[in-house]
Design a binder for this molecule. Structure first.
Ligand code: B12
Length: 345
């Protein structure tokens, strides 16, 4: 979890000084601190912010923004929700998320997501077990005419904004981790079927991350699941080219030629694809096969149209399915997700 307390080491890293300097500041009374039973100093987030401001300590704008966000999040989340987060009770958290969304509590939604990614070990779990159930409930309420279209739109905007903010934070911390610890991340990513590469002597080289294109087909506007797919892939070390929703197939073909992805992940929510779209889909699938790009599809209603089942290299029912597929077919540095998570703290 984003700790509301800093250790001496964490504070020294934040302020880019040695630990002795921090201890001296504390002993001089420049910054308030508490001592643990073990005798270690702990600095409260509020006191750290206060100290930075009063003493004009230079902290990068990104770090400052992160500290401010931590403070906002800490204020927005109540104790009960904190307990659910600590327990990792995703069903109860999904209910909490639904409650916040229905009350248009955007700060709380953002705080909840941003805390969830620090507590819950995978984006797949967050999307499958928290965001999807909450949004399905919103959809059902809309269907039952208990929620107006405009309210449904407001809610969708709140969740999309919160996910995007969380994504930005996650990417920033990932970047920071990469810069600090390239070797620990061991930017791999070999296809276990042998697409990847040792050099002539068989020695394994550091590799560039494989690219994934994430998209929804033309006339498909449901974008939330695609954000989940893209975060899952990013957290597993892929470089994601997020092409987004409702992209014409001809433009997707251009994107494939340009980015040369390993995989293309497509999210299809609408159950019925019109005949011309279906035909175009089939042509596109063949185009991908010709370019040796794996085609991964997923979406709530995939499989409903039994007369024209969509074919792909892999059909996922959930983000967890995708995570399993990737782990089974690619060598992911075992510590990658943990490293990402640590870096969020
Ligand atoms: C928000 C929303 C919208 C928003 C979308 C905005 C946006 N920026 O995304 C707007 C208002 C635009 C919209 C429009 C429409 N919508 Co709408 N919408 C929804 C709603 C409420 C939530 C969708 C969502 O965000 N789900 C959350 C995600 C995370 O859950 P998920 O989709 O299940 O995805 C999970 C898995 O399926 C899987 N997954 C999904 N894709 C992929 C892909 C890969 C590669 C992988 C690995 C996994 C994976 O992982 C995800 C995480 O677990 C749903 C209700 C519902 N049941 O979902 C209706 C719903 C999908 N909409 C529906 C309808 C009917 C429409 C409209 C036709 C309404 C209209 N008359 O205009 C239009 C169609 C627009 C279009 N052409 O695409 C119906 C679909 C019915 C059907 N069987 O096709 C639903 C189910 C509502 C309902 N109960 O009837 N909608």
């Amino acid at each position: 979890m984003v700790s509301q307390f800093f250790s001496t080491r964490e504070l020294s890293e934040l302020c880019a000084v040695g630990e002795t300097t921090v201890k001296r500041w504390a002993n001089m009374g420049l910054i308030k601190y508490h001592k643990t039973i073990g005798g270690h100093r702990k600095f409260k987030l509020d006191d750290v912010l206060d100290f930075i401001e009063k003493n004009h300590i230079r902290v990068s704008p990104e770090q400052m923004e992160r500290l401010q966000a931590q403070k906002r999040n800490a204020e927005a989340i109540d104790l009960n929700t904190e307990i659910l987060l600590v327990r990792g009770d995703v069903s109860a958290l999904a209910e909490k998320l639904t409650e916040y969304l229905l009350a248009f509590k955007k700060n709380e939604v953002e705080a909840l997501l941003s805390k969830a990614i620090e507590r819950i070990p995978s984006f797949a779990v967050i999307f499958d077990n928290m965001i999807a159930p909450a949004m399905h409930r919103i959809g059902n309420l809309w269907c039952e005419k208990k929620l107006s279209i405009s309210d449904e739109h407001i809610i969708t905007n709140i969740i999309v904004t919160a996910i995007l903010r969380t994504k930005v934070r996650f990417e920033a911390s990932l970047q920071e981790t990469k810069e600090q610890n390239l070797s620990a991340l061991n930017l791999l990513y070999t296809n276990t079927q042998g697409k990847a590469q040792g050099n002539a002597t068989g020695e394994v080289q550091p590799k560039n991350p494989l690219v994934i294109v994430a998209t929804c087909p033309e006339s498909e506007f449901h974008e939330v699941p695609l954000l989940g797919v893209s975060l899952v892939c990013e957290s597993l070390g892929f470089q994601v080219r997020y092409v987004g929703a409702a992209v014409p197939f001809k433009d997707l073909e251009l994107a494939v030629e340009e980015h040369k992805p390993e995989m293309l992940c497509m999210s299809i929510t609408n159950a019925r694809l019109h005949a011309p779209v279906y035909r175009r889909y089939e042509q596109f699938r063949k185009f991908l096969a010709k370019h040796y790009v794996k085609f991964i599809i997923g979406g709530q209603f995939i499989g409903e149209t039994k007369s024209h089942p969509l074919q792909a290299d892999f059909r996922a029912r959930s983000c967890s399915d995708l995570e399993r597929y990737i782990r089974e077919n690619y060598e992911i540095a075992p510590s990658l997700t943990q490293v990402n998570q640590k870096s969020m703290n």
